[in-house]
Design a protein around this ligand. Structure first.
Ligand SMILES: Nc1ncnc2c1ncn2[C@@H]1O[C@H](COP(=O)(O)OP(=O)(O)OP(=O)(O)O)[C@@H](O)[C@H]1O
Length: 254
């Protein structure tokens, strides 16, 4: 394997996906470095969820390559799922069971029954959920449990679609800290999407903007902040909307 590929955890090359002849992912080229946090921004319908599903092998591309940890997203889908934690769309649970029971089933499925559940629940801010069934959980509690489930089996890669959806400000901060800790201390690679520019700006090492299925801009967050000290939000929104400033060729080189 080439040296650059060893350093890359998530990779796509000219990835294209259509639904009923409408291209929703177009010649998408992405490379996410191991142990880094990559934030993908895009307005509703831009193609974020579709891209994540392609990476996890839940959808078949029309053309191009998608790979995670050097494995082909379609062919090696089962192996990828063993090494990856994900949160895509509204999480589904065994509604009549408690948080602990749900995580126990997940760990049994992964063949990892020995992992302790309580510390993980504490880490996501669900310290003592007790026997309460998940159907009685608030939106934020469900989201916290979904993140716990994505992380508990100690994956090497996390693919998280809108992970802070429905969380209160304290919850958002808690997740920010969790993601940074996982990446910095445990070397986990994280690809996440969000509509919240400030959240992505605070957590991601690198930011990409997807517009109509294409990667319209990509840059290290520090560099972006340096160039757009006073207008980062305006600039990113304009790019997301496909506006005038979308001649972004310079932004790929950094
Ligand atoms: N199974 C499907 N069949 C047909 N069209 C689909 C399907 N899934 C997604 N699409 C379309 O693909 C486009 C991209 O959708 P996607 O869910 O990937 O966007 P998104 O960036 O995740 O949006 P949001 O921020 O609203 O979640 C949309 O136009 C959507 O209608």
């Amino acid at each position: 394997m080439k040296e650059t590929m060893k350093k890359t955890a998530i990779f796509t090359d000219n990835l294209t996906k259509s639904f009923s002849r409408k291209e929703v992912i177009r010649e998408f080229c992405l490379s996410v470095e191991r142990g880094s946090i990559y934030g993908l921004l895009g307005k509703n319908g831009a193609g974020k969820t579709t891209l994540f599903k392609l990476l996890l092998g839940f959808l078949r591309p029309n053309s191009g390559i998608a790979s995670v940890l050097g494995m082909d997203s379609l062919k090696d889908n089962c192996e990828i799922l063993r090494h990856t934690g994900s949160l895509i769309g509204a999480p589904t649970f065994y509604e009549h069971l408690s948080a602990v029971e749900n995580l126990r089933i997940h760990l049994a499925y992964m063949g990892l029954e020995d992992i302790e559940i309580d510390p993980m629940l504490k880490r996501v801010g669900l310290p003592a959920p007790g026997p309460q069934p998940v159907r009685e959980f608030s939106l934020g509690m469900r989201q916290r449990l979904a993140i716990a489930r994505a992380v508990i089996h100690r994956p090497e890669v996390l693919i998280l679609d809108e992970p802070v959806n429905g969380l209160d400000p304290g919850g958002m901060r808690q997740m920010r800290m969790l993601f940074c800790q996982l990446a910095r201390e445990e070397g986990v690679t994280i690809l996440l999407s969000s509509h919240l520019l400030s959240e992505v700006g605070q957590v991601a090492d690198r930011i990409g903007v997807i517009v109509d299925g294409r990667l319209a801009l990509e840059m290290d967050t520090d560099k972006l902040r340096e160039i757009h000290k006073d207008d980062m939000e305006d600039f990113l929104i304009e790019i997301m909307e496909g506006g005038e400033r979308s001649d972004t060729s310079d932004y790929f080189r950094n």
